[in-house]
Design a binder for this molecule. Structure first.
Ligand code: UT7
Length: 325
C-alpha cells in the first residue's frame, strides 16, 4: 500500500488584502468576504518563481519523511502555472533538489484537481514499482492572471504543497482515491489563448487575452458542490466507512460558500472540515496539499484520524482521497 511519508508547504510572505484589491479594481472587502469568505491571499515576490516555491515545499516534505533528495525515485508536479512553457517544472525541480536522473512529469491543465489526481497516479506507480514519489502541487497564479478582471483576480493566491509517498514507515496510508472528469463541461472554466487553437499574438497581448480566465462562476459553483460531495461519498463507500468515521475533510479551498454547501450535503460538522481560504484564497493545485500540511502542522490531524481530501477543477475534473493517519 502507498503511504504518505512526509508533508511540506510553502506560502510567500507578501500579503494582499481585500482592501488592496479594492484600491486596484471595482470591488470591496464586503463583496469578496460575503461571496467567497476570502480576506487575504499571498503573492510571490518579483524574484520568486514557481520552481522556488515548489522546491521550498518539496524540501520540507523530504525532510519530514526523514529522507534525502537522493532517495526520491519519481517526481510529479501538478501545476497550471509552470516555471517555463517548455520543459516541465518537474525536470527543473529534479535538478534543483539533486534527485538524480529519476523519471519526472507535470500534470497540468486540470486546475485545482491536479494534486489529488497526481496522488492517485503516484499511488498506482508505487503499487506497480515500489519507490518514493515526490508529489507537488504549486501555483504562482498572481503573475499569469489578469489584474484587471475583478470577477477572477480577487479569488486567487500563490502557494505550494508537497508530499512524499511510498512504501514503508508511513504517517498515513492512502486507502483509496476516486477521480472523474466531465469533458462536456470544459467550457465553464477556460483560458483559451496560448494553445494551438488560439496561439499567443500581439493582438492577444494588447487585450490581455492570454491572461483572461473565463469562468461561469455559478455553474462552476454548482458542479463543485455536486462533484466534491459525491466523490467523498464514493470514496467512503469503497472503503466501507461513512462520514461519521471521518475526523477531518480537507476540501479544495476555492470559496467558503462552496465548502459550506459540501459540508451540509455530506452532513459533516463544521469542526470536521478544514478551512483556510480566508487567509490564502484559491491556490489552485497547491490548495489541498498546503491545507493538509497546515492541518497536520497545527495539530488538527492526529494519529488514528481518517482524513478525506477532495478537489475539483477546470476540465471539469473532481477527485477524493481517503487517507488513514
Ligand atoms: O479554480 C477556480 C474555481 N472557481 C471557483 O471556484 C468559482 C466558483 N464560483 C464562485 O465562487 C462564485 O460564482 C463567485 C464568487 C465567482 C461569484 O459569486 P456569485 O454569487 O456567483 O456572483 P455573480 O457571478 O452572480 O455576480 C454577482 C454580481 C455581478 O454583478 P451584476 O451582474 O449582478 O450587476 C458581478 O458583476 O457581482 C459582480 N461582481 C463583483 N462585484 C464586486 C463580480 N465580481 C465582483 C467583484 N467585486 N470582485
Amino acid at each position: 500500500m502507498a503511504g504518505i511519508l512526509g508533508l511540506g508547504g510553502y506560502v510567500p510572505e507578501r500579503v494582499m488584502s481585500n482592501d488592496d484589491w479594492a484600491a486596484l479594481v471595482d470591488t470591496t472587502d464586503e463583496w469578496i468576504t460575503a461571496r467567497t469568505g476570502i480576506k487575504r491571499r499571498r503573492f510571490a515576490s518579483d524574484d520568486e518563481s514557481t520552481l522556488d516555491m515548489a522546491a521550498a515545499a518539496a524540501e520540507l516534505a523530504i525532510k519530514d519523511a526523514d529522507l534525502s533528495p537522493a532517495d526520491i525515485g519519481e517526481i510529479i508536479v501538478a501545476t497550471d502555472t509552470p516555471e517555463l512553457y517548455l520543459p516541465d517544472t518537474s525536470s527543473l525541480l529534479q535538478d534543483r533538489l539533486g534527485c538524480g536522473n529519476v523519471p519526472t512529469y507535470d500534470l497540468g491543465g486540470s486546475g485545482c484537481a491536479g494534486f489529488v489526481q497526481a496522488l492517485d497516479v503516484a499511488r498506482a506507480r508505487i503499487q506497480f514499482a515500489p519507490r518514493k514519489v515526490l508529489v507537488v502541487g504549486v501555483e504562482l497564479i498572481s503573475r499569469l492572471m489578469s489584474w484587471k478582471s475583478r470577477a477572477t483576480c480577487v479569488l486567487f493566491g500563490d502557494a505550494a504543497g508537497a508530499v512524499v509517498m511510498g512504501p514503508g514507515e508511513a504517517k498515513a496510508e492512502v486507502l483509496d482515491v476516486v477521480t472523474g472528469t466531465d469533458g462536456s463541461k470544459a467550457d465553464i472554466l477556460t483560458l483559451r489563448t496560448g494553445g494551438t487553437r488560439h496561439p499567443f499574438s500581439i493582438d492577444a497581448a494588447k487585450t490581455e487575452a492570454h491572461r483572461n480566465i473565463e469562468m461561469h462562476g455559478r455553474e462552476v459553483f454548482r458542479e463543485a458542490v455536486l462533484r466534491m460531495s459525491s466523490a467523498v461519498t464514493d470514496v467512503l463507500r469503497r472503503i466501507g466507512k461513512s462520514v461519521a468515521d471521518v475526523a477531518l475533510v480537507v476540501p479544495h479551498q476555492a470559496n467558503k460558500r462552496i465548502i459550506d454547501a459540501v459540508r451540509k450535503r455530506l452532513g459533516v460538522a463544521e469542526e470536521s472540515v478544514y478551512v483556510n481560504v480566508e487567509e490564502y484564497g484559491n491556490t489552485g493545485s497547491a490548495s489541498v496539499p498546503f491545507a493538509l500540511w497546515e492541518a497536520h502542522q497545527t495539530g488538527r490531524i492526529n494519529a488514528g484520524d481518517l482524513v478525506v481530501l477532495t478537489a475539483f477543477g477546470a476540465g471539469f475534473h473532481w477527485a477524493a482521497a481517503a487517507v488513514q493517519f
